[in-house]
Design a protein around this ligand. Sequence first.
Ligand SMILES: [Zn+2]
Ligand SMILES: [Zn+2]
Length: 411
Amino acid sequence: MAKKKKLSFYLVDDDPVVLEAMAKLLKDAGNSVTISHKSAGILGDIARKKPDCVISDLMMPEVDGLQLCAAVRAHKALKNTKFIVVSAKAYEFDQKRSYEFGAHGYIRKPVNPDTFIDKIRRIFDDHIDMRFWGVRGTLPVSGPNALRYGGNTSCVTLEFPRQQFFVFDCGSGIKNLGDWLKAQNRKRVSFKIFISHPHWDHINAFPFFGPLYQQGNDVEVLGANQGDISMRQIVSAQMEGVYFPITLSEFAARVYFHDLEEQTLQVDGITVKTKLLSHPGKALGYRVEYNGRAVCYITDNEMFVETSDFYDPHYEKRLAEFVAGADALITDTTYTDEEYKTKEGWGHSCVSKVVNLADMAGVKNLYLFHHDPDQFDDDIDRKHETAMGMLKKRNSKTKCLAPREGQAFKV
Ligand SMILES: [Zn+2]
Ligand SMILES: [Zn+2]
């Protein structure tokens, strides 16, 4: 933000110490700043100055932060001005109300000099942070041949500027996600965990997700039921009796469950679409739409080759429609074409089918995912090269990536 373009800020806070501190941080980062100790009667001045952003406290006499936010957002001259609340109020209610009043961001006090500018930058960029915590399928792998891509099973996160936090699957990668959050001392986080399906590599590290043991966190688990077995039963059954020593009731976080079908729903103000996949049992793929962008998480999924008796062009057409134009398609590319010859009916796809899907659907970035545990790092490199070669041959605009554990992307 500051490096590219100097921005103008209008800061409103009745606490002069906080006001000066924020002004200094913003100025040091190269921005211009106007400050006001009061919120009453300043709308005209803000409208004249047309700042890129108003940063305001919530609890102020006469005109509170929400009223100021509503007035700024409703003013014609300020339609391009962002509004960020900086408040000591830690209640989720106040954050939610601020967003309802049109705020673009909510930062909790005390202002942390190490992260303040970065938080403002994130609100301005308005991108999705996508992180990979485990890219392998079926079984975690360890040892020298799994060092570059990592050895953990499926787990991907999407973080949005308004602090919505989506987790896809609870493979062993979720342990590192929990550790990463703990290192940042993140508290009172609301997680939405989307489960693709209940095979072990997608659910069995659920109880190793650290934030479950932290009071104040809120964890909703969403996924397809399996007929008469609910999502709650699916997750709790693996922790029952002889299998695991901790039960659902022992978590400190609030944990609740939501059964999904093939449907469209709003999750924390973000559109999420689901699609039943070609895999044993009921498996769901997800399409998340935010601010004109889309991320699709499609695993586990088998697209049968055209010569197979099970080839289903109707399914593939519908799947291509579902992922159409996605900015990111994260998808099951378990096998090479050669390996697939002996793995038909195992529920996973090979490279050429994935390339075909991504290219046909006009996907912008294809992320190869759910690698077979028998594949070494070098094998994944080769799979990646093969996929890139196939796309090149097709003159495709789709870019292909093989993400590694811990890697982050902006969407
Ligand atoms: Zn799997
Ligand atoms: Zn599976």
